[in-house]
Design a protein around this ligand. Structure first.
Ligand SMILES: Cc1ncc(COP(=O)(O)O)c(C=O)c1O
Length: 390
């Protein structure tokens, strides 16, 4: 082609895990058995009330047309009621915008908040796609190395030490992908206060909200009307392919976000919105709770099993469905380790390099979004692999 690509593409890294998945697919084609522990997607289907709501919307034609850009009013109302019932927080529906996944929510937030050369602080390690949205709007993601002492999260002290004239805000995620660690309530409050004092914005990605195992759930929305929250139907409600999420914004941001949504994609998928109304029925919430307990059971099996094999897990995960495990006992090249484990044992893992620059080469991300039987089989294959090299 005789035209060139936008410069910003040079800042957007490929996702290494896709290479793992590609190779795993080839191995399966060749008749090998592969256990996928590299996937960031729950292995459960949507709850039956969600599928029923989708069928009804199809049958009566309700899902055939555009909706309002901000989303269906009953869905915004249902999310508002959920914040009240599950978290005791009053979030008016007027502040809730339905989006195309958490990804769509972040797209809107970045378009509204990130100017050329604006710096946005976030922890290293963190979910890579989020930082690429900042780059896509010509801003600069600034990765702040964070370790076990701060639960791999951003602290108020890090905000103070790294805030510069061109810094505009922070992007947090709790629980985190890849570490499965949440910010404590105090850490979150202190970090947001430090940002607020400096006149910055706090965007908190709560996509794994609901998938927490050790503490009473809380939301950053309890910490002030200026906090911007991203959430999704993908994980807790098992609707990854439906592409639906939401954004909670301060009231003053609403006109900006509404016109961006109108222009970017007119409205989120109407079909998905009608289906998602089924998420807030008592039956669907009960199913979500049972699945949360199943995830906890898997975590409680997997963490000690990995430690037993010799992996160091500096902060036990309290949420999401990931374990961030240090494999430096065997290698300082986690990506090579993942390739080798896949070839020899058919267990697909995600290398840390996808998530950060400092220290990430020593880590792997292990997902437990797969059945208990497969987790047990994976542990015995890993044991055999490690014994072979010993
Ligand atoms: C931390 C985090 N944020 C956002 C997303 C995007 O999710 P979705 O667009 O499916 O809602 C993911 C997906 O894995 C994630 O892990």
């Amino acid at each position: 082609m005789n035209f060139s690509l936008a410069q910003r593409l040079q800042q957007i890294a490929p996702f290494h895990v896709m290479e793992v998945i590609k190779r795993a697919g080839e191995m399966e084609q060749a008749g090998r058995s592969v256990i996928y522990m590299c996937i960031g997607e729950p292995d459960f289907p949507p709850a039956q009330p969600v599928l029923d709501a989708a069928q009804r919307a199809l049958a009566d034609g309700a899902a055939m047309r555009y909706t309002a850009a901000l989303g269906l009013q009953p869905l915004r109302d249902a999310i508002s009621a959920h914040y009240r019932d599950a978290f005791g927080v009053d979030v008016p529906a007027a502040r809730i915008v339905i989006t195309a996944g958490a990804s769509g929510a972040l797209l809107l937030a970045c378009a509204a908040l990130v100017e050329r050369d604006a710096e946005v602080l976030m922890p290293d390690p963190s979910y890579p796609c989020n930082r690429h949205f900042i780059t896509a709007f010509n801003g600069r993601p600034v990765l702040i190395p964070s370790g076990p002492a701060d639960r791999f999260q951003l602290s108020a002290a890090m905000v103070a030490a790294n805030w510069r004239e061109q810094t505009r805000g922070v992007l947090l995620a709790s629980p985190s992908n890849p570490t499965g660690t949440s910010m404590t309530r105090d850490q979150l409050a202190q970090t947001i206060s430090a940002v607020r004092e400096r006149g910055g914005f706090s965007v908190v990605d709560e996509i794994y909200q609901g998938l927490t195992y050790d503490h009473q759930p809380f939301t950053a929305l309890a910490l002030g009307e200026d906090v911007i929250v991203i959430n999704s139907f993908s994980k807790y409600f098992n609707m990854t392919g439906w592409r639906l999420g939401w954004l909670v914004i301060p009231p003053a941001l609403l006109p900006a976000i509404e016109k961006l949504a109108q222009n970017f994609y007119i409205c989120p998928s109407s079909m998905a919105q009608h289906a998602a109304l089924g998420c807030f029925t008592p039956q669907a919430l009960e199913i979500a709770e049972q699945r949360r307990q199943e995830m906890r059971r898997r975590r409680d099996y997997l963490v000690p099993a990995l430690q037993g094999l010799g992996f160091d897990i500096p902060v036990p995960p309290d949420g999401a469905f990931y374990v961030y495990a240090d494999c430096s006992r065997w290698t300082d090249d986690a990506a090579g380790f993942c390739r080798d484990v896949l070839e020899h044992s058919g267990v697909a893992l995600t290398p840390g390099v996808d998530f950060g620059e400092v220290g990430a080469h020593r880590f792997i991300r292990v997902s437990y979004a797969t059945s208990m039987a497969k987790l047990e089989e994976a542990i015995s294959r890993l044991a055999a692999y490690l014994a072979r090299g010993a």
